[in-house]
Design a protein around this ligand. Structure first.
Ligand code: ATP
Length: 251
């Protein structure tokens, strides 16, 4: 491992040719980590999404990485973290002129299609001693026919992204993520809410919130509150939906 100087602390950097899941690797090693750690995989063969779903990628043409970060906060205080990470990714991509929108709670869209996914898995350290978050990001830099067929639904594919310098993109993302994590520790999600709402993909649109395929709510999406809950105007009145394993669909 090599080390670089992050904004507040050193981050250990690791790169591997191939692994199943960078999130799984860091979670398995969490008790042995003594610094924030970035693990980048050239090829990820068993990438994960939420609730056991798969994240597919194209060898050598996707960014797949995870960042393990230790917070002084308890696990329950990290509920808004996927949204803050979405803002960080959007800000980093904007530096390369890539414009994205955010889909609550954890997706990064380009022109309505998924460009990047975020998977955050947490582990409590010890009672009252904080928690580790493993922040996984998968970003499509190219989508060939085989990958498109495997995913089985339209996804974002920006042709000129393959021409970007992947190391530069990774470095820019890492710097943005580190800044974001330092700020999140201090302010929680509240400081990110206005920016998240400015990037909201479905503002003013009617959406459904699904839990395992079952419709929990349907209403007009008004944006998120200071804790990252999605505010919906439903026929029965206003509803605030907590992020968790629920999914959103346009109605
Ligand atoms: P949804 O996007 O359906 O609302 P979700 O946000 O809960 O679901 P995640 O668990 O975050 O989904 O991501 C897994 C899903 O992402 C997979 O079920 C698949 O549909 C999709 N997917 C997998 N690989 C890619 C990829 N490379 N690009 C875009 N989408 C992908």
């Amino acid at each position: 491992a090599t080390f670089c100087q992050g904004p507040a602390q050193q981050i250990a950097l690791q790169a591997v040719e191939e692994t199943g899941s960078t999130n799984a690797d860091l979670l398995a090693a969490i008790d042995r980590l003594n610094a924030p750690t970035l693990l980048v995989a050239e090829r990820q063969t068993a990438g994960r999404g939420r609730a056991g779903r798969a994240w597919h990628s194209q060898a050598g043409a996707s960014l797949t990485f995870s960042l393990a970060w230790k917070f002084a906060l308890p696990v329950h205080a990290l509920v808004g973290l996927p949204l803050a990470i979405g803002v960080a990714i959007a800000d980093a991509l904007a530096m390369f002129d890539v414009k994205v929108q955010l889909k609550w709670p954890n997706d990064v869209l380009h022109e309505g299609r998924k460009l990047a996914g975020i998977l955050i898995e947490t582990a409590a350290v010890a009672p009252r001693e904080g928690s580790w978050a493993v922040i996984g990001v998968g970003l499509n830099m190219a989508v060939d026919a085989a990958l498109a067929a495997t995913i089985g639904r339209p996804v974002a594919d920006i042709p000129w992204l393959t021409e970007l310098d992947r190391d530069m993109l990774m470095a820019t993302l890492l710097n943005k993520l580190a800044d974001t994590l330092v700020q999140f520790e201090q302010t929680g999600f509240a400081g990110f809410a206005p920016r998240w709402n400015a990037l909201h993909a479905y503002s003013g649109q009617t959406v459904m919130i699904l839990d395992n395929g079952r419709v929990l709510h349907e209403g007009v999406a008004a944006g998120v509150d200071a804790t990252g809950r999605l505010m919906l105007d439903t026929a029965a009145g206003p509803v605030a939906v907590m992020a968790g394993d629920v999914s959103l669909r346009v109605a």
